[in-house]
Write a protein of this length. Structure first.
Ligand code: ZN
Length: 484
């Protein structure tokens, strides 16, 4: 095809006519122009930033199963419909449980009186009203270091997970110690926060659908005070944690919209989760991802882009618990997983984009590099071999579908993540424009490529991938019923 157009153009030129007047547009020229227009729209419309401001200011934090989460799904659906996506719709699924995040108060009452900075982890029970309990220090987990009932029974127990670092086994260790503490009769677990400036870090991961005991993040400064006091004698605290579980399991929904391809036998998925953790507004995690995927969808629609294969935009709920939304999607669409060329998920914050993380899929490298070439001017054409289970791409990885994560500069993501400072004004609006451009161009490139970037892996190959990438322990935690 390319050869044909080249000869024709040469002929017309030699006949004294200009290319612009009469030569048919070459496919690569059409692609260049469409990409230029997508990038231009992304950088000038400010649509992602405007949506993110609406989301963070009118809804804010949005825990899975909450009225705020429902309002977010409705806002996304309305925005898609207004942009002309007649096929935009909800897909509902059942939750394992609904949890209400109540207030958490803590205070040292003996030998001194002092307020404590604490926050409750998600999907854990509250205390039975206010309780006054002794404090015990378990220290850091280690080989053979198990909580002993005579040391922890009835106590709020300090556990220091910081030394184990953030690794694939971190969450597993957290869950294991929590279960051991509950069995040994502890009243509550204090996990020392790894955030600066007396901030706490909390999350629901690992405890959904129901954690074993009240689990609280305690600011590192406050944990240090407790330890200094403990070195001199017994310490007692007053705790009141008002969490509760709903009577019904509850339902959640994903939001889905398509730009149909000319040949709709295959599809590319652009995905982002819209639920958030709730100490702040969920701006960087993951309002930014939602805003940029949504704006990329609106731009492709506004430009009347007709890709070769279908581009599907999927907004998941339930990511913070156990990737519930994406797991429900995979279950609901299991008959069409073979049609998915690639899933591209964004959930690492609105720092400068660097390219795509291949999550251990070396076989995707060559094709992906080629497809990312138009992003070289943004410095977003890199491919990264690392793998993680940090977001919804995992649900597709474990069924062998090529699953990518947008890779970005780390920046101060970890400092803000799930804290009181994950707020709108900390996000650079021009970076949202670049992210929008990157997501739009990636979708366009993958949907128009002659070939898939790689094939779907068999179950045996998936197991090999999980072993090779060190993700198997986390897989066992998240999929306890999976066959070995
Ligand atoms: Zn996230």
């Amino acid at each position: 095809m390319r050869h044909f157009f080249t000869t024709t153009s040469v002929f017309l030129l030699s006949a004294g006519m200009t290319l612009a007047q009469s030569a048919p547009v070459r496919p690569e020229q059409k692609a260049d122009e469409e990409i230029a227009r997508m990038v231009g729209y992304s950088m000038t419309r400010g649509g992602a930033s405007a949506f993110l401001e609406t989301l963070t200011d009118t809804i804010g934090g949005r825990i899975t199963g909450s009225p705020e989460s429902r309002a977010t799904a409705e806002l996304i659906l309305k925005t898609l419909k207004e942009a002309g996506f007649d096929n935009a719709h909800f897909e509902e699924y059942e939750l394992g449980s609904v949890w209400q995040h109540g207030a958490a108060k803590g205070e040292v009452i003996s030998p001194v009186r002092r307020a404590l900075y604490i926050g409750s982890y998600g999907w854990v029970p509250g205390t039975p009203g206010p309780i006054e309990v002794p404090v015990a220090d378990f220290g850091a987990p280690g080989e053979g270091h198990v909580p002993k009932p005579e040391q922890v029974r009835g106590a709020a127990v300090i556990v220091d997970l910081r030394s184990s670092g953030v690794s694939s086994t971190y969450a597993g260790t957290r869950v294991m110690i929590a279960r051991q503490l509950e069995q040994a009769g502890a009243a509550a677990m204090f996990i020392v926060s790894d955030k600066p400036d007396r901030m706490v870090y909390t999350s629901a991961f690992g405890f959904y659908p129901r954690g074993p005991l009240p689990i609280l993040s305690i600011a590192s400064e406050d944990a240090a005070l407790l330890r200094r006091l403990l070195a001199k004698g017994p310490v007692r605290v007053l705790l009141e944690v008002q969490n509760s579980f709903g009577a019904d399991p509850g339902r959640e929904r994903n939001v889905i919209a398509d730009i149909e391809g000319a040949d709709a036998t295959e599809m590319v998925l652009l995905t982002a989760h819209f639920d958030s953790w709730d100490p702040a507004q969920g701006a960087n995690d993951n309002g930014a991802g939602v805003a940029t995927v949504l704006e990329a969808a609106r731009i492709l629609k506004a430009l009347k882009i007709r890709p070769k294969h279908t581009i599907r935009f999927v907004f998941f709920s339930g990511e913070e618990q156990l990737a519930n939304g994406s797991r429900a999607y995979v279950e609901h669409h299991k008959g069409e997983l073979d049609k998915i060329r690639a899933v591209i998920n964004t959930d690492a914050g609105a720092q400068a984009p660097l390219g795509l993380q291949l999550n251990g899929r070396q076989d995707l490298e060559a094709a992906t590099k080629k497809l990312l070439k138009p992003l070289a001017p943004f410095g977003a054409d890199g491919v990264f071999m690392d793998a993680d289970f940090d977001s919804d791409h995992e649900s597709f990885m474990v069924v062998g579908v090529p699953a990518y994560s947008l890779r970005v500069e780390r920046g101060d993501y970890d400092v803000r993540h799930h804290t009181i400072v994950d707020t709108f004004e900390r996000i650079d609006p021009s970076m949202l424009g670049i992210h929008t451009a990157v997501m739009a161009v990636v979708a366009y490139q993958f949907a128009n490529a002659d070939e898939r970037p790689g094939r779907r892996l068999s179950p045996v190959e998936v197991v090999e991938l999980l072993k090779r990438t060190g993700l198997e322990p986390l897989y066992r935690l998240e999929y306890p019923d999976a066959k070995p």
